[in-house]
Design a protein around this ligand. Structure first.
Ligand SMILES: [Zn+2]
Length: 316
């Protein structure tokens, strides 16, 4: 479970200490990365064996390489080796989909060779450190990142990188998985990297404590579906390459589970009652080690009742 690793690297909470016991056998030296061609000039890097962080997208061409996310620092050499199997060209830019350590852990290393680009809030949260979590049982403390890990180039709403004949566009989702998410679209190759706003491991982690929200996630993903070509290849934050039908099924689940919790709130049910009554039972196939049904009830409850410390940012 790659998420045990995320929790292992985030220091401090009760959940973490509990999970550390599980995570003792985690070892990056056993991780094997693989490179898969997705479409056009875009490749995906993920773990063939062992644990890795979030999926990396790589645009490869005459101008060099643009990578989206950089997993964990100890995997940097393996990431380089994997990229070398495709091209000898250098990494020119790194784009972060959001601030979590399993997507930005290699920033300080790669930024020695290529600038990191991210939404303003990614830099802020990396710089400040602080809590991540669902406002309930899922909680992690993030230490402030070293200076070299902070994105040198930041943007508020969107940015485009013109390399390899591609107009690589990063577009901010204001309040989905966190408040600094970007979806990265490669129009010429017809590939999109959704960051952790779309994952295939079951109920998603919504970092309510870092400005994420269920409504923002639904809104962002629905807008993406409406704008993307029907046959676009979708790289999730975690999991295998998917298509828009997979994303539609995911957003349907998000909306249905959200509405069930909202209905229970209207009946003045408490969080404990919702858990006892197993109100997400019909979606139990999405319940996982990282985000169980109970943890997702907490997420939806906290998101819908506004019990969060993160601030929402609205773009027109
Ligand atoms: Zn994440």
């Amino acid at each position: 479970m790659r998420f045990r690793l995320f929790l292992l690297l985030a220091v401090g909470s009760t959940v973490l200490l509990f999970r550390c016991a599980f995570a003792q056998d985690e070892d990056f030296s056993k991780t094997e990365l693989r490179v898969t061609k997705v479409a056009g000039s875009v490749y995906m890097l993920d773990a063939a064996k062992g644990d890795a962080g979030g999926n990396i997208a790589a645009s490869v061409g005459d101008d060099g390489i643009v990578i989206v996310d950089d997993q964990y620092a100890p995997l940097a050499d393996k990431i380089r080796a994997a990229l070398k199997s495709v091209t000898d060209k250098p990494v020119r830019f790194v784009i972060n989909t959001h601030y979590h350590g399993d997507h930005t852990g290699g920033n300080a290393i790669f930024q020695k060779e290529a600038p990191v680009i991210a939404q303003d809030n990614v830099r802020k949260r990396l710089e400040q450190g602080g809590k991540a979590g669902n406002g309930g049982s899922v909680s992690m403390d993030n230490k402030p990142a070293v200076k070299g890990a902070l994105p040198i180039i930041t943007f508020e709403h969107d940015v485009t990188v013109h390399l390899n004949g591609e107009d690589i566009r990063a577009l901010h989702f204001p309040a989905g998985h966190t408040d600094g998410d970007s979806v990265i679209y490669f129009p010429q190759s017809n590939v999109v990297h959704m960051g952790d706003d779309f994952v295939t491991y079951g109920f998603p982690f919504i970092d309510v404590t870092s400005g994420g929200s269920i409504d923002g996630m639904i809104d962002g993903v629905e807008k993406a579906i409406a704008q993307l070509p029907p046959d676009v290849k979708v790289i999730p934050g975690h999991g295998p390459v998917s298509n828009l039908d997979d994303v539609r099924a995911y957003v349907k689940m998000l909306k249905e589970t959200r509405d069930v919790v909202e209905k229970a709130l209207k009946k003045h049910k408490t969080l404990d009652q919702m858990k006892q009554e197993k109100i997400l039972e019909p979606w139990k196939k999405y319940s996982g080690d990282f985000i169980s049904s109970d943890a997702f009830i907490e997420t939806l409850y906290n998101s819908l009742t506004g019990q969060k410390t993160g601030k929402f940012i609205q773009h027109n």
